[in-house]
Ligand binder design. Structure first.
Ligand code: AMP
Ligand code: MG
Length: 504
């Protein structure tokens, strides 16, 4: 264990072992959550609790619910709101910070990995500005569903440990019930955390933060000749891979601001995010993204832009001489495109069942995407149905299910002919190919209309059964489940969600 981390006292609920709270006072403001009127548990994530060495039974008690609502402080917790800055839609804001979240502390999971435990929607902090520090129930259920779906899809992400209602209302355009999410993360350090100190010209704090982040997330770079350059390289690799993974499941983050970009390389801050139904690379959902800055296909461009902002903040550490430091940063950033391209290529080839494919096979995959966009095909269903065709190389009868997703099914037939020819040249056993494709092409994603349906039932009739049923399906996204068929379907025309809203 590294020297910065002191052992905190163990408690019945969490065995906290806090390290962020040992960092200098300028990193945060210490404060407790604001209690709520009548907390009730909506959902506890048993399997995550197990992974975190927690006892789920503890949290099913009144005391447990009070802890998850911020009405009671667990033993060993040192609650604080983290300071950070960030570029929001390209504009720099020197001070943002946790305005509606409080870090309770850190625990070590079963694999010895350090995880933050944070309450989101737990009351105002000095960083709340005009906000109320609360969260409506919609964004809480949304983040729960989508982050857990992402985890099950194998995408690095923060997780949802629990959700509670508060018995209080919050005012958005209308009064809405409020809720609190207990979120876990490898850490909540963001690119914006570095920018917070860089904007103040505080080189000493940038170094303390970088050393802390390296200890916690990239200990392997400590031995390198230039650890800070290696740290940047490692994060560039993680972000490039992460964004490629988003693209392969049709995910659009929606607010890829630098304050929403994790230094640990996890997907963080699920606001107006969404999964595409019909494939189109220019898809945007977020109501506030009028320029399409954070559209589906622009995500790699923005990830690189965000990493440039991190590199700028790290300049004082990259070399003593400014020109040399800029050179280091540039060299590191220049690797982003090729790192992204190789992750993207590999993922696309896996999706069409040609894991050892050539450049020509990549062109074949891209041709499919182009046809899907032109023919308004459903992203998830097209790839899932391709799996079923993968072990019937000469039998075109089975194609009906896939071709029917294309406005003009002939556009699929033409592509499928080329694809089948290519598959027949490959030496992979067709049944194994199908099996491998079914492990990367999910059946179940959190489709917008299903998420909305779950939220509406919760708001209108305090009915969480719709949420729970959907969650159950989303945690097994690659399963074959005939009785879950309803969850695979794209929205009917009147169910299509065109816009999503920020998670406040
Ligand atoms: P986000 O939408 O997560 O990127 O949030 C941007 C900033 O606004 C962060 O500093 C949040 O803490 C803050 N914020 C968002 N919603 C609220 C709210 N309801 N009350 C206080 N601060 C908020
Ligand atoms: Mg945020």
């Amino acid at each position: 264990m590294n020297s910065m981390i002191d052992q905190a006292p163990t408690g019945r609920f969490f065995s906290f072992d806090n390290s962020y709270a040992r960092l200098p006072e300028s990193f945060y403001v210490r404060l407790s959550p604001t209690p709520v009127k009548n907390p009730q548990l909506i959902q506890l994530n048993d399997s995550l609790a197990h992974e975190l060495n927690l006892e789920p039974k503890d949290f099913l008690t009144t005391e447990g619910t009070e802890i998850l609502a911020g009405n009671r402080i667990a033993n060993g917790s040192e609650p604080l709101a983290m300071a950070y800055a960030g570029h929001q839609f390209g504009n720099f804001v020197p001070q943002l910070g946790d305005g509606r979240a409080i870090l309770l502390g850190e625990v070590l999971d079963r694999n010895g990995r350090r995880r933050d435990i944070q309450l989101k929607g737990s009351g105002p902090t000095p960083y709340s500005r005009r906000g109320d520090g609360r969260s409506a129930i919609g964004p809480v259920l949304r983040e729960y569903l989508i982050s857990e779906a992402m985890a099950a899809l194998g995408v690095p992400t923060t997780r949802a440990l629990a959700a509670v209602t508060t018995g209080e209302l919050v005012w958005r355009d209308i009064p809405l019930p409020s809720a609190i999410l207990t979120r876990t993360a490898a850490s909540h350090i963001r690119i914006g955390t570095f920018q917070f100190f860089a904007a103040r010209g505080d080189k000493e704090m940038i170094k303390i933060l970088a050393d802390y982040a390296i200890d916690r997330h990239y200990p392997e770079v400590k031995e390198a000749a230039n650890p800070y350059r290696c740290f940047l390289d490692c994060l560039i690799q993680r972000q490039a891979k992460l964004v490629a993974q988003w693209l392969h499941i049709g995910f659009i983050h929606g607010v890829m601001n630098t304050d929403n970009t994790s230094i640990a390389g996890e997907t963080i801050d699920y606001g107006p995010c969404a999964f595409m139904d019909t494939y189109h690379p220019a898809t945007v959902f977020s109501s506030i993204d009028r320029q399409g800055r954070y559209s589906y296909a622009n995500q790699p461009v923005i990830a690189k832009w965000n990493l440039m902002r991190l590199a700028e903040a790290l300049l004082p550490l990259l070399a003593n001489d400014t020109a040399k430091a800029i050179n280091e940063a540039q060299e590191a950033l220049d690797t982003f495109n090729s790192r992204f391209e190789s992750a993207n290529t590999l993922g696309l080839l896996n999706k069409i069942g040609l894991p050892n494919g050539s450049d020509e096979d990549l062109t074949l995959a891209q041709d499919l995407l182009k046809r899907m966009a032109d023919q308004k095909a459903d992203f998830t269903l097209t790839f899932r149905r391709l799996c079923d065709l993968a072990d019937s190389a000469d039998d075109q009868k089975g194609d009906t299910s896939a071709r029917s997703l294309f406005a003009n099914p002939l556009a699929f037939d033409d592509w499928a002919m080329k694809w089948r020819k290519r598959l027949s040249e490959d030496n992979i056993d067709p049944a194994m190919r199908r099996e491998a494709m079914s492990r990367v092409n999910p059946s179940f994603i959190p489709r917008n209309h299903l998420v909305e349906e779950a939220i509406t039932a919760a708001i209108e009739s305090e009915d969480f059964s719709v949420f729970k049923a959907l969650l159950g399906v989303l945690t097994k996204p690659f399963d074959v489940c005939p009785k879950c068929n309803r969850y695979t379907k794209p929205p009917l025309p009147d169910q299509v969600v065109h816009q999503t809203f920020c998670g406040t």
